[in-house]
Design a protein around this ligand. Structure first.
Ligand code: AMP
Ligand code: MG
Length: 399
């Protein structure tokens, strides 16, 4: 692992590598599929059956032989879904069949009821020129013994359907990281209170809890710690005892009351980095001990938001064994974006315009959290670059 001098600003990629390299895998548990949504699968799933399990009609219609399509066909039985076909189809015969029912022996296609007409007593005639087979063949989607899902898969609704299909009603999933959240700052009051002239509401605590929940982890909000060693330490000690990860917001900068770094070190948390070349979000502390991982995020809400998305979120998923990838859209930039200082990656809120391009929105800096509510995503001007020219295809990270 790379090692950094205390207090040096490091590149985002280095910070990412250090952080991801120190993640520990959590244990596993079995949960019912009704509780498996958004959990990370910790075993591979093998199908115990062919899917579909039999040749299945894809239409309501008549099962028959393609060779007889020009002829009048005699209906020999009706086959509902869920019951076996009793008879094989012979020359100029058909069986009325429902969607999902077993296609009888001898039939090689199902003609849609819409393309048939009565041809007298118990007979029908095909009224179109040609037809698809309209048969879902046994095992065409999944063969018995196939690996259908792999460990590390984050379970979405479609994965739940596949689990159900394979009879896996209690998948093995990773435990969810328990994440304690502490907002530090003398100026903070809880959102239910009206702030005085020199106070602000604690939005980070709730924002972070929501981000943690979105990252499939379990959030506990420890409320506000005032900027004293005693209060921060008391809340930190409790949060460390009860969680796998602790996130503190505020107090990591260079102000007189920014105590988080010292308190972490005093509590045997080894700091692996303290500043990352990202805007917003430079003062960003990551520390580890045998019991816990600690993130000290800068207090401005956009910094907190961005640093969580860029670093904490992939880290939490790594603890669950999932390789998280942000959703990225590639579009052309509508107007050149330029800047003077180039030492950090800059993340800016942007929107997708009506003509399918990407445009900057009004943004006053890292305290301007409501700008993110109007944004479709974040655009990065990488460290070293002074501008991105109009017309460049850019990657927008959706939020
Ligand atoms: P700090 O990182 O403690 O220097 O705080 C930077 C800025 O973020 C200050 O303007 C704080 O008032 C603001 N801030 C800190 N904590 C929070 C919070 N929990 N919710 C909203 N804003 C905060
Ligand atoms: Mg502060």
């Amino acid at each position: 692992m790379k090692n950094f001098r205390k207090n040096t600003m490091i590149a985002f990629d280095d910070a990412f590598e250090i952080m991801m390299g120190s993640a520990r895998r959590l244990d596993m548990e079995r949960v019912g599929i009704e509780h498996a949504l958004n959990r990370v699968l910790a075993e591979k799933i093998i199908s115990d059956i062919d899917v579909p399990p039999f040749n299945k009609s894809a239409m309501d219609g008549y099962a028959c032989r393609r060779a007889d399509l020009a002829n009048e066909l005699t209906i020999i039985e009706t086959i509902p879904a869920g019951l076996p076909a009793k008879k094989a189809i012979g020359q100029n015969q058909c069986a009325k069949i429902m969607t999902g029912a077993v296609v009888p022996e001898g039939a090689d296609c199902v003609i849609m009821v819409e393309y048939t007409e009565s041809a007298g007593d118990n007979k029908i005639r095909f009224t179109s020129k040609d037809t698809e087979d309209n048969i879902c063949l046994k095992g065409e989607d999944i063969n018995k013994g196939d690996v259908v899902l792999r460990a590390g898969c984050k379970i979405a609704a479609q994965h739940i359907a596949v689990l159900a299909n394979c009879g896996c009603v209690e998948p093995l999933v990773s435990l969810q990281p328990r994440v304690g959240i502490i907002a530090t700052g003398d100026e903070l009051v809880e959102p239910g209170q009206k702030p005085s002239a020199c106070q602000i509401r604690n939005s980070n605590g709730f924002q972070l809890a929501a981000q943690v929940t979105n990252a499939a982890a379990i959030a506990t909000n420890y409320g506000i710690a005032v900027d004293t060693e005693e209060d921060i330490e008391a809340k930190l000690t409790k949060a460390i005892a009860e969680n796998d990860v602790v996130i503190l917001s505020g107090g990591v900068s260079v102000g007189d009351y920014d105590l988080v770094r010292e308190i972490l070190e005093k509590n045997n948390i080894k700091l692996l980095f303290e500043k990352v070349a990202v805007k917003p979000g430079r003062p960003m502390v990551f520390g580890v001990s045998d019991e816990v991982f600690c993130f000290g995020l800068p207090g401005n809400p956009v910094s907190t938001f961005v640093m969580f998305e860029l670093l904490v979120k992939p880290f939490l998923f790594k603890m669950m064994g999932h390789d998280f990838k942000h959703v990225v859209a590639y579009r052309q930039l509508e107007k050149t974006i330029a800047r003077k200082k180039t030492e950090r990656d800059s993340w800016l809120p942007v929107v997708f315009t009506k003509n399918g391009k990407v445009a900057k929105i009004e943004y006053h800096g890292s305290a301007h959290i409501n700008a993110l509510c109007k944004a479709d995503g974040l655009l990065c001007i990488p460290a070293g670059a002074a501008e991105i020219k109009e017309g460049t295809t850019v990657a927008v990270r959706q939020i």
